[in-house]
Design a protein around this ligand. Structure first.
Ligand code: MSP
Length: 516
């Protein structure tokens, strides 16, 4: 059944150019979006940038730039990188767009109408990096942010507050729903947080110019998170030019999934649903909080200065290598450490050897022995067990992918490729073919392995669309025509289609010690 599927990346702060952490989330979302499209669903894939707030204002100031100019500059860098990473996003949200501003005002009027806003006083320790007040032990003298490793700043000001406490019960019900928060460890963390009782939170700032004005309270601008979360709605509206909250314009809402890092889970799983409920809108269907990419065991982050530049990694290993490694080696949901040696080993072993060589040697044999083409399978022969294995592996792949378990899904592909390699080695068609009476047996063997390669090519598509396209192209299949419904049955490889010349589909990466 065709379903609507709306997926979002976080809207990234434009305090600096994108790093490997932001690339990681976006690549994961791209894989999900591609998987959903292959599954026959109509996908709306949103990404974008979060441009307001003190953090951005200060960064622009330090560069002696007008905030808008600074935002434009960094936004271009995000768009450039997403193109390089072959991110198939449908819309790019900017929170400085006039349409978004209009939407924020429209939404605010609904929250006001629910009587969920009041004026109060906020005092506490604030992290500008997180744009968040932090709970601090009252004995601490110079408290620091554990994420940004920077001093917190004391604030005491008049703010507008949102009545989060009113939604305690509804949020409790929501977070207990099966599948609303994943993985499980994150769900428990939120259940624990909510059980302590929800406190109202401030949604406006005074003395901050770089933000959206609060109608009726001229000296206030909206708190950056209140503004940014709404970017998901403004980006999903059917009519982008007329940003109104109506049933018709909300046809792509609620989001099917927000994919985010674990540090911003509360905003997405607690504050955001409550804001939506207040405006009479539906909360998202699910929130997935992944782990941090670390380097030398420390979170990689712009403000920590230990980032691995995605462009450099791309130039070094190539796009397929980068995408494959991030999705295949790190358990989605857990933290993962990036090590150059491991990156090179995994990519060379999986993509160049196990998959690339399999395809290359089988195409070479097929063309040599079967008139430059694919042999015809003889149906009266017993089918090779690769048929059965592929069914099992496809099933495992589907189950894993549906739970965003990229690692296991990728392993299913490698298992299938390993089985095909083993099959070739055991059958040794290069020996069998020496006796011409074996030709039909060899034909069936070669067909089975090529058919496994076709399936591998299809299954790889969400992970590494470029490599998948190269594999399918050698088998003379147009990757834009594939779908899970039409392409995963055994025996669809058509000998009449012919084969292209065998070319290595994935070059090996050479390990250079200095890049680690
Ligand atoms: N602007 C907010 C999000 C607003 S969404 C309406 C924000 N931006 S961010 O640029 O700081 O972070 C965006 C995402 O990148 C977060 O999900 C964060 O967890 C993720 N990552 C930042 N550093 C990361 C790693 N080192 N590893 C993996 N992801 C990390 O928060």
């Amino acid at each position: 059944m065709n379903m609507k599927y709306t997926i979002t990346t976080p809207l990234y702060y434009v305090n600096d150019k994108p790093h490997l952490g932001s690339s990681y989330t976006t690549i994961a979302c791209d894989a999900i979006a591609r998987f959903q499209r292959l599954s026959g669903n109509t996908v709306l894939f949103l990404t974008g940038v979060d441009e307001h707030g003190q953090k951005i204002e200060r960064t622009a100031e330090s560069k002696n730039l007008q905030p808008q100019l600074h935002c434009d500059e960094i936004t271009e860098k995000y768009k450039y990188l997403w193109d390089k990473l072959n991110i198939s996003y449908d819309r790019f949200v900017r929170t400085t767009s006039p349409e978004h501003k209009k939407l924020v005002h429209d939404f605010y009027s609904k929250v006001l109408a629910s009587d969920d806003v009041y004026m109060g006083r906020q005092s506490g320790w604030y992290c500008v990096g997180c744009e968040e007040y932090k709970d601090v032990d009252s004995n601490e003298e110079d408290p620091m942010c554990s994420i940004h490793k920077k001093n917190l700043e004391w604030r005491d000001e008049e703010n507008l507050f949102f009545r989060l406490s009113k939604y305690q019960k509804k949020i409790e019900e929501l977070i207990h729903l099966d599948g609303f928060i994943a993985p499980k460890s994150r769900k428990n963390e939120i259940i624990n947080f909510v059980s302590k009782g929800l406190k109202d939170f401030s949604i406006s700032r005074v003395n901050l110019k770089w933000g959206i004005n609060v109608p009726g309270n001229d000296e206030h601008t909206f708190y950056v998170w209140f503004d940014a979360l709404l970017g998901y709605v403004s980006g999903s509206l059917v009519n982008q030019q007329a940003p109104e909250i109506t049933d018709v314009s909300l046809a792509n809402w609620p989001a099917s999934i927000h994919v985010i890092g674990k540090d911003i889970l509360r905003f997405h799983a607690v504050y955001w649903p409550a804001m939506l409920l207040s405006a009479g809108m539906e909360p998202p269907l699910s929130v997935f909080g992944h782990g941090f990419l670390t380097r030398e065991g420390q979170k990689m982050g712009k403000s920590l200065g230990n980032v691995l530049d995605p462009i450099e990694l791309l130039e070094y290993g190539g796009l397929d290598a980068m995408r494959w490694f991030l999705l295949r080696d790190i358990e989605f949901g857990e933290d993962g450490d990036f090590q150059m040696r491991r990156f090179v080993d995994i990519v060379n072993s999986d993509l160049s050897n196990t998959i690339g060589n399999l395809l290359n040697r089988t195409i070479t044999m097929s063309k040599k022995w079967f008139k430059d083409s694919i042999p015809v399978e003889n149906p009266s022969f017993t089918k090779s067990h690769l048929n059965e294995i592929s069914n099992i592996k496809i099933n495992q792949y589907m189950q894993s992918f549906k739970h965003n378990n990229f690692k296991d899904a990728a392993n299913s592909i490698i298992d299938l490729a390993n089985s095909a390699n083993l099959y070739l080695n055991e059958r040794a068609p290069w020996k069998l073919i020496k006796d011409i009476s074996n030709k039909e047996i060899v034909a069936n063997d070669i067909y089975s392995v090529l058919e496994s390669c076709r399936l591998i090519g299809v299954l790889l598509y969400p992970f590494v669309p470029d490599l998948s396209t190269r594999i399918l192209d050698q088998l003379n299949i147009d990757s834009s025509s594939i779908s899970f419904k039409k392409s995963l049955e055994w025996g669809l490889l058509d000998p009449l289609n012919g084969l292209k010349d065998a070319k290595p589909v994935m070059n090996k990466i050479e390990y250079i010690n200095s890049s680690s």
